[in-house]
Design a protein around this ligand. Structure first.
Ligand SMILES: Cc1cc2nc3c(=O)[nH]c(=O)nc-3n(C[C@H](O)[C@H](O)[C@H](O)COP(=O)(O)O)c2cc1C
Length: 308
C-alpha cells in the first residue's frame, strides 16, 4: 500500500460515522439524484439535499440567479414540495443513492423545526438532519441564526424529537458568529455547518433595478471563501463539536484550507453548477495532499493552522 492509499479520511459527527469528509451543499445538488450520470455518488462522504419545509413553497419571483465576478447570487426562496409530498415521492429514490443522506430542513417558525425533525426521524434511510437556520431569501429565515436564544430554542425543540445527528447551519450575516454557535451546541447540535450565503444586492443601473426579482440575494462561490475560512477558524476555536466548512470550495486545495483552519468535513456548493465532477475530483485529491503534510489521517491535519 502506498502512503497515499493508506490515508484515513474517516470522521464522526455525533453518532454518524462517515468514510470521508466530502459532502454536497444544500440547494446546489438538485434533488440529490441528478449527479448520478457524472460519477458514483455513493463514493461521497454524504449528500445534503435541498431544504424541505412543512408546506409546499413556490419560491421567489424570477430572476433568481445571476453571476457576479467570482461567484453567484441567488434569491431562490426555498421552493420545495413540502414534507408530505417529499417523503412520498423523493425520499424513496434518495434511499438508493448509497451515500449517507442528510436532510436539510427549515421552519416557518420554531415549532416547524420540531415537526420536520419528528417527521424525518420516523423515516428509514436518513443519517442526519441539517437545520437551515440561515436562509437569507425568505422572510424571517435569518432570525434563527442571528439571535442566540432563538438558535438554542430551535435546537432544543428539534433535539426533543430525534436522536439523529443535528447539524446547525449558520449564517455569516452576523456581527459575531461565535455566540450563535455556542447557543446551538448548548441546545443539542452535534455539528455546526458554515457558511450559508452572504447577503448582497446586484444592480442593473440602466434599468435602475436590482437584478434579482426579490432585490436582495445571497452571494456564493469562490469569492466568499476567505469569509468562510475566517468563520470556520473562529468556530473551531469556540465550540467542541465538528465544524463543516462551506463556501467557495471547488478543489482539494480549497478543502485542505478548510481542514487546516479547523473544519472536520466540507461541502461543495456553487462549484457543482459549473463543474459537476468537482466533489468527486476533490475527494480523489485529498489523500495525496494529506500525505504531503506527513500525516496518515484527516484527523491529524484538522485545525493545525498556525495563527499569527
Ligand atoms: C442556488 C443556491 C441555492 C441554495 N439553496 C440552499 C438551500 O435550499 N438550503 C440551504 O441550507 N442552503 C442553500 N444554499 C446555500 C449553500 O448550501 C451554501 O451554503 C452556499 O452556497 C455557500 O457555499 P458555496 O460557495 O460552495 O456555494 C444555496 C446556494 C445556492 C447558490
Amino acid at each position: 500500500m502506498t502512503a497515499t492509499q493508506a490515508v484515513d479520511l474517516s470522521l464522526r459527527i455525533g453518532s454518524l460515522e462517515l468514510q470521508n469528509p466530502v459532502g454536497t451543499a444544500s440547494g446546489t445538488y438538485g434533488k440529490g439524484l441528478e449527479f448520478q450520470p457524472f460519477y458514483e455518488v455513493a463514493r461521497l462522504g454524504y449528500v445534503v439535499v435541498k431544504t424541505i419545509t412543512t408546506e409546499a413553497r413556490a419560491g421567489n419571483p424570477p430572476p433568481r440567479l445571476c453571476e457576479i465576478p467570482g461567484g453567484l447570487m441567488n434569491s431562490i426562496g426555498l421552493p420545495n414540495p413540502g414534507v408530505d409530498a417529499y417523503i412520498e415521492t423523493v425520499l424513496p429514490k434518495l434511499r438508493t443513492l448509497g451515500a449517507p443522506l442528510v436532510i436539510n430542513i427549515a421552519g416557518h417558525d420554531i415549532a416547524d423545526f420540531a415537526i420536520l425533525a419528528r417527521r424525518f426521524a420516523a423515516e428509514e434511510g436518513i443519517d442526519a438532519l441539517e437545520l437551515n437556520m440561515s436562509c437569507p431569501n425568505v422572510s424571517g429565515g435569518l432570525d434563527y441564526s442571528t439571535d442566540p436564544k432563538v438558535a438554542k430554542e430551535v435546537l432544543v425543540r428539534a433535539r426533543a424529537e430525534t436522536d439523529l445527528p443535528l447539524i446547525a447551519k449558520l449564517s455569516p450575516n452576523v456581527t459575531d458568529i461565535r455566540p450563535i454557535a455556542e447557543a446551538a451546541v448548548a441546545g443539542g447540535a452535534d455539528a455546526i455547518s458554515a457558511i450559508n450565503t452572504i447577503v448582497g444586492m446586484p444592480v442593473d443601473w440602466r434599468k435602475r433595478r436590482p437584478i434579482l426579482g426579490r432585490g436582495f440575494g445571497g452571494i456564493s462561490g469562490p469569492c466568499i471563501k476567505p469569509v468562510a475560512l475566517r468563520m470556520v477558524r473562529m468556530l473551531y476555536e469556540t465550540v467542541d463539536v465538528p465544524i463543516i466548512g462551506i463556501g467557495g470550495i471547488e478543489t482539494a486545495d480549497d478543502a485542505m484550507e478548510f481542514f487546516v483552519a479547523g473544519a472536520s468535513a466540507i461541502q461543495v456548493g456553487t462549484a457543482n453548477y459549473y463543474r459537476p465532477t468537482a466533489a468527486i475530483e476533490l475527494l480523489e485529491g485529498l489523500p495525496e495532499r494529506i500525505a504531503s503534510l506527513g500525516a496518515t489521517s484527516l484527523q491529524e491535519v484538522i485545525g493545525t493552522l498556525e495563527m499569527p
